[in-house]
Design a binder for this molecule. Structure first.
Ligand SMILES: Nc1ncnc2c1ncn2[C@@H]1O[C@H](COP(=O)(O)OP(=O)(O)O)[C@@H](O)[C@H]1O
Ligand SMILES: [Mg+2]
Length: 368
């Protein structure tokens, strides 16, 4: 019974309506005669109700992208549209536009890595801060703040001060504060990278719950692949200020040669001899439970070695990857490979002369 309830609660409600769109977004920083292109023509499309993860090494432009999405950073060129409103146009209309931009921004919540709480204010007063700025009356502020603290599981900490809270609790306050303006969109820049793994999981589950309960769209930056596997509907990989790969997680897994897929499902294993063909087979859904490998061995009467394998649940679906070795060179294995593809499996012929792609290092880079 418990399972059934969980199940009905986990359905996300992603629609095709774009809620965050950037087009041709560029940002060039100029300081002391030096130019740094932090964003180089980014086209990002985040759909309503999805959790969208941005990955990439330190310096790739992730933070700049998120800061441009709420116009904390002014793009050098390109446009940013959030919930149907062109923020870049608002920002461009001189000082009088300030008010409309502030209003539009109140519909975009932001969660920070280092929480950014005011230490002299109580938890409740921290959550009320954005409501004060919006000119909400004292009673309504207080009602709303307590409601939000309940929502993030901190109903009993309203009168505490940030210093009396754990890291995870501080981030919950940060999330409650980000929700104060009743945003459509929540932006999160490495919100969990200062937290231990267990707290990270709890915070991510909270973000996922908020996404589902409130229909909140979440754009988050992370360097943890587990985060992507656990909570993201879609993901993008950034490098050198550009998005080099993007799509829904199942789409990425079904894309031959996808670095993100390889990073989500690292399968290793070296061939045992030179005249071997090494292939990576990705199983989705039903195919994951069929005995295709033994069928292959029987049909072609070949010996197959399994070099590496991984099974996981991604976006609620069972996905597996297996690296196998077939005797003989690629040319001799065209037919068996075709057989696997006909079974609906995705087959990538591994270039074992190359080490695993850069995506592997993508995970090791710390937050900046
Ligand atoms: N305020 C700034 N002034 C000058 N250069 C900056 C500034 N912010 C970021 N950069 C540069 O822009 C690039 C992208 O940075 P950032 O968006 O922080 O990357 P990431 O979040 O992926 O680590 C880096 O080369 C960084 O040094
Ligand atoms: Mg950053």
């Amino acid at each position: 019974m418990h399972r059934a309830r969980r199940h009905s609660a986990v359905h996300s409600t992603v629609t095709e309506t774009p809620v965050i769109t950037t087009s041709g977004l560029s940002k060039v920083y100029r300081s002391r005669g030096r130019e740094v292109t932090a964003l180089d023509g980014v086209d990002l499309h985040v759909r309503e109700g999805e959790v969208y993860g941005v990955l990439g090494q330190s310096g790739a432009g992730k933070s700049t992208l998120i800061r441009c999405v709420n116009l904390l950073e002014r793009p050098t060129s390109g446009t940013v549209t959030v919930a149907g409103q062109d923020l870049t146009a608002l920002a461009g209309r001189g000082p009088r536009a300030g008010r409309s931009l502030r209003q539009a921004r109140s519909r975009i919540g932001m969660v920070f890595q280092h929480f950014n709480l005011l230490s002299a204010r109580t938890v409740q007063d921290n959550v009320e801060l954005p409501l004060e700025i919006l000119g909400v009356s004292g009673r309504e502020r207080s009602r709303r703040a307590l409601e939000l603290l309940d929502l993030v599981g901190l109903g009993d900490k309203a009168k505490a001060y940030p210093a009396q809270l754990s890291g995870g609790q501080k981030q919950r306050v940060g999330i409650a504060r980000a929700l104060a303006g009743d945003p459509k969109v929540l932006l999160s820049d490495e919100a969990t990278s200062a937290l231990d793994p267990e707290t990270t999981r709890a915070i991510l589950e909270l973000l996922r719950d908020l996404n589902r309960q409130l229909g909140l769209t979440v754009l988050l930056i992370t360097h943890e692949m587990d985060v992507v596997k656990t909570i993201c509907d879609s993901a993008a990989l950034m490098r050198g200020g550009r998005i080099v790969e993007s799509g829904t997680v199942p789409e990425l897994l079904a894309t031959p040669g996808s670095e993100l897929a390889q990073a989500l499902f690292p399968v290793g294993g070296e061939p045992s001899a030179a005249d071997r063909t090494v292939i990576d087979v990705t199983f989705h859904g039903d195919a994951a439970t069929r005995p295709v490998i033994s069928e292959l061995a029987r049909t072609y009467n070949i010996d197959i070695s399994i070099l590496g394998a991984a099974m996981d649940t991604v976006a609620g679906k069972q996905v597996g990857r297996m690296r196998i070795e077939l005797p003989g060179r690629f040319e001799e294995n065209v037919v068996p490979i075709g057989f696997l593809r006909e079974q609906g499996l995705q087959v990538d012929v591994a270039d074992t002369a190359q080490p695993a792609p850069a995506a592997a290092t993508l995970l090791k880079e710390g937050a900046k």
